[in-house]
Ligand binder design. Sequence first.
Ligand code: ATR
Length: 278
Amino acid sequence: MTNTVTVDRYGVMGYPVSHSRSPVIHKLFALQTNQNMQYELLRVTPEKLEEAVRQFQRTGGKGLNITVPHKRSVCRLVDQLSERASTAGAVNTLAFQDGEIFGDNTDGIGLLRDLVVNLGANITDANILILGAGGATSGIVGPLLEMRPRSLCIANRTLKRAEDLAERFESLGKVSAYRFNVIPVTEPYHLIINATSAGLEGETPPYPEAAVSDKTYCYDLSYGLKPTPFSIWAREHGAAHSVMGWGMLVEQAAESFHIWRGVRPDTKPVLKQMTVNA
Ligand code: ATR
């Protein structure tokens, strides 16, 4: 008699995707919680996305993370969308169950857990400035507004995109939209989040210097082996804290892992390991 050992399959689909740390993080989670699973890097072009997702499902795959540039377009393949994914208009986690595809978005909760639980930042009553108005911003505005900040300002190079997001979220709280050069600064912001992809190109947009004080938490959704341009800028302008998005990366992964496996891993040692290796 032969015993077939089946391993539950997961992965991350993106294009490009080779830089993704998700396989390492999920392997560490699996080891820590004794889960029999594997997690693959899946390089999939936009034209091949639907075919690749359906094939992964057909061949018994259990779940996927979805990353750039597919987070929006994958929504149309989903049978059931969580409320937070629907509000964000983007999906980063798919779970395959009983022939159906469930889509969720763990980015916002990942950021909140890092800010509030790991870093002790106060969001309620804070003045928040988000730089950028792309996919990353649309994933975090809803969860941030649920924490009842005093104000939330979205600033972007292209004003129209910031205005569109502000309009989409205005029913959840006080949101305004500006170009970088006219960001209102009546008092320094408590929290500035960089959600532009400018740093990936090594660029520093005209970030608003007056918005930073020695009370400001600066958080870059990007992360890297070296400090990002925004995190350097924040330190140089006297921010109280300047943090890269490693914590959000690990926390959003933990939330996906919980959806798939029903087990919540301890993120602290994994975050430590990731940043020691960085
Ligand atoms: P993501 O999913 O990473 O958010 P995206 O949806 O393409 O990617 O959004 C990228 C964001 O970074 C946008 O806000 C973009 O500004 P525009 O809407 O004006 O394009 C911003 N961005 C990218 N490169 C930038 C640069 N060099 N200077 C300023 N903003 C930049």
